[in-house]
Design a protein around this ligand. Structure first.
Ligand code: NAD
Ligand code: DAU
Length: 353
C-alpha cells in the first residue's frame, strides 16, 4: 500500500512505520516533530527507498494538499496528536489545535483528494483515525468494560479533544461518505515511548536513583497492550474492515499503577540490582493526584476478535520484561530524548506535587 502516516515519529507511529516498511509498503511520514516526535525512532529506515519524511503540521492546509497531490496515497493513518494527559491539564489549547482543528483539516484535505479518485480507488481508500479508550471516561472497579457502544464521556482536555476528533471522523463518513475507520485502544507500552508516560518514566527514574512518583494512592487501573500488538490490530483493521467501522483494541491486561511499577521493579532488581542491595521499591514516592484522574479503563475487544480474528500475542509479564530491557539497552536513545525541554517538563509537572 501507499500510506500517508501522520505523527509517525512518535511512539506508536514509528513502531507502525517500521512494521509496514518491512512489509514493503510505500510510506510518507508527516510529522511536526513536537517534543515527542523523534527521528531517532526511524534511523533504521530513513534511507529506504520506500520511506520519506516531511516535517509539518496536519493543520497546514497547503502542505497537506501538496502531499496528497504528490504522494497519492491509498490510505491515511492519523497518529498525529498531543497525547499526554498531564500536559493537557496545563495547556489544553494545544490539544484543541492539533487534535481537533488539525484532524478536521486533515479530514477536509483527505475528502478533496478522495473526491478526485476513480470509483475503484475511492472504494479501496481508507482514512484510519487512531484514538483512545479515554474517550469513554472512567469506570468503577466493578463496571463492565467499554464496548464500541459505550457513550462517550471524556474527563480530561486530552480525552475531550480526542473524542471531538472521533466525532469529526464519524461525521465525515456519515455526511460525505468518506471511508473512515476509528480504533480506540488502551494504554500501550513497549520500545520508543517518550519517557513522560508511566512505564518509561519509572524505568529511567529508578536507574537514576530518583523518586518513583505514584499519583494518589496508585490504585487507578489501566489496561495495558504491547505496541506491537496494537500495530498488528491497526494493520488488520486497515486492510480488512468495512468503511465506517469502529473497533476497541485492548490487552485484556488490567493492572493498577502499583502493580505496573512492581513489575518494572521486579525486572530491575534482577537485571541491574542497586549497589546498596536494596530493592528499587525504596524509591516509591506517593505524590499529589492528577486532577480529574480517571479511576479505571477496561476494554471489551470481542468485536475485533470476532470480525477480524485479532488477539494480543504478548502477555504483560513477558512484554514488560522486554520493554524494560529495551530502555536499559538503548542508552543513546534515552540520552537524546532527555534534552532540556524534557527536564523543563519534569520540573513543571513534579516540582510542586
Ligand atoms: P506520541 O506523543 O509519542 O507521538 C505523537 C506524534 O505526533 C509525535 O511524533 C509528534 O511530533 C506528532 N505531532 C503532534 N502534533 C502534530 C501535528 N500538529 N502535526 C503533525 N504531527 C504532529 O504519541 P503516541 O503515544 O505514539 O500516540 C499516537 C496516537 O495514538 C495518538 O493519536 C494517541 O491519541 C493514540 N493513542 C495512544 C495510546 C498510548 O498509550 N500511547 C493509546 C491509545 C491511543
Ligand atoms: O488509555 C490510553 C491512553 O493511555 C492514551 O490515549 C494516552 O495518550 C496515553 O498517554 C495513556 O494515558 P494515561 O494517562 O493512562 O497514561 P500515563 O502513562 O500518563 O499514566 C498511566 C497511569 O499512571 C495513570 O493512572 C497516571 C499514573 N501516573 C502517571 C505518571 C506519568 C503516575 O502515577 N505517575 C506518573 O508520574
Amino acid at each position: 500500500m501507499k500510506l500517508l502516516i501522520t505523527g509517525g515519529a512518535g511512539f506508536i507511529g514509528s513502531n507502525f512505520i517500521l512494521n509496514r516498511i518491512e512489509k514493503g509498503d510505500q510510506v510518507v511520514n508527516l510529522d511536526k516533530l513536537t517534543y515527542s516526535g523523534n527521528l531517532n525512532n526511524l534511523v533504521s529506515v530513513q534511507n529506504r527507498e520506500n520511506y520519506s519524511f516531511v516535517r509539518g503540521d496536519i493543520g497546514d492546509k497547503s502542505l497537506v494538499r501538496k502531499i496528497f497531490s504528490e504522494c497519492r496515497p491509498d490510505a491515511v493513518v492519523n497518529f498525529a496528536a498531543e497525547t499526554h494527559v498531564d500536559r493537557s491539564v496545563i495547556d489544553p489549547e494545544s490539544f484543541v489545535r492539533t487534535n481537533v482543528l488539525g484532524t478536521s483539516n486533515l479530514l477536509l484535505e483527505t475528502l478533496e483528494y478522495w473526491k478526485s479518485l476513480s470509483q475503484e480507488e475511492k472504494a479501496k481508500f481508507r482514512f484510519h483515525h487512531i484514538s483512545t479508550d479515554e474517550v469513554y471516561g472512567s469506570l468503577g472497579f466493578e463496571d463492565p468494560a467499554f464496548t464500541e457502544n459505550t457513550a462517550y464521556a471524556p474527563n480530561s482536555p486530552y480525552s475531550a479533544s480526542k473524542a471531538s476528533s472521533d466525532h469529526f471522523v464519524r461525521a465525515f463518513h456519515e455526511t460525505y461518505g468518506l471511508p473512515t475507520l476509528i480504533s480506540n485502544c488502551s494504554n500501550n507500552y513497549g520500545p520508543r515511548q517518550f519517557p513522560e508516560k508511566l512505564i518509561p518514566l519509572m524505568v529511567l527514574n529508578a536507574i537514576e536513583g530518583k523518586p518513583l512518583p505514584i499519583y494518589g494512592n496508585g490504585k487507578n487501573i489501566r489496561d495495558w497492550l504491547h505496541v506491537f500488538d496494537h500495530c498488528d490490530a491497526i494493520s488488520l483493521i486497515l486492510e480488512k474492515s468495512k468503511p465506517g467501522e469502529c473497533y476497541n483494541v485492548g490487552g485484556n491486561s488490567e493492572k493498577n499503577n502499583l502493580e505496573v511499577v512492581a513489575a518494572i521493579i521486579n525486572v530491575l532488581d534482577q537485571e541491574v540490582p542497586r549497589p546498596d542491595g536494596k530493592s528499587y521499591s525504596e524509591q516509591i514516592h506517593f505524590v499529589k493526584d492528577r486532577p480529574g484522574h480517571d479511576l479505571r479503563y477496561a476494554i471489551n475487544a470481542d468485536k475485533i476478535k470476532k470480525d477480524l480474528g485479532w488477539t494480543p500475542k504478548f502477555n504483560f509479564d513477558q512484554g514488560i520484561r522486554e520493554t524494560v530491557l529495551w530502555y536499559l539497552a538503548n542508552e543513546d536513545w534515552v540520552k537524546n530524548v532527555k534534552d532540556g525541554s524534557y527536564q523543563d517538563w519534569i520540573k513543571k509537572n513534579y516540582e510542586e506535587r
